[in-house]
Design a protein around this ligand. Structure first.
Ligand SMILES: [Zn+2]
Length: 161
């Protein structure tokens, strides 16, 4: 597989995890981490509602799981895929983990802090140079979020009437 095909392959896996989160009533976000050998190391989906945990974003959970599997919190040479541009908490954690490459699907105009609202990876307080690739399977990632929010609005209006 060449680079682009590989990125699409893992982003599809992240999309499946995101769908699972969406079906459980969570904002659909999924993430996977690939080890330096190109194999799946960890995968997670948003669990904020189910765990009543404001930090249970897919990226935080997948970083924890990868660290536990490697028995090392340094995730140098690893690649993290996530369907939505990370928020400040997750962007900070991704830099802390020394992830080599971050690949994300769609920009988040509200809390995206990789490129959109702010740029944490290239900021002065980011001591580690994180490589970033955005826009992989962008339309599929956007569509998934939009249809989840549309469905939720519909459910809410049904409850009210
Ligand atoms: Zn986050």
């Amino acid at each position: 597989m060449n680079g682009y095909t590989t990125h699409c392959h893992w982003m599809k896996r992240a999309l499946e995890l995101a769908r699972s989160a969406g079906e459980a009533g969570e904002v659909p976000v999924g993430a996977v981490i690939i080890n330096p050998q190109g194999q799946l190391l960890a995968e997670a989906e948003n669990r904020r509602e189910r765990d009543n945990d404001p930090t249970a974003h897919a990226e935080i959970l997948v970083l924890r799981q990868a660290g536990q599997k490697l028995k090392d919190w340094h995730l140098n040479q690893c690649t993290l895929y996530v369907t939505l541009e990370p928020c400040p908490m997750c962007a900070g954690a991704i830099v802390q983990a020394r992830i080599q490459l971050l690949v994300y699907g769609v920009d988040d105009p509200k809390t995206g802090t990789i490129r959109t609202v702010a740029n944490i990876p290239d900021s002065a307080y980011s001591f580690h140079r994180l490589q970033v690739l955005g826009g992989i399977l962008e339309s599929a990632c956007r569509q998934q979020l939009q249809s989840w929010f549309a469905q939720r609005r519909e459910d809410h209006s049904r409850v009210k009437s």
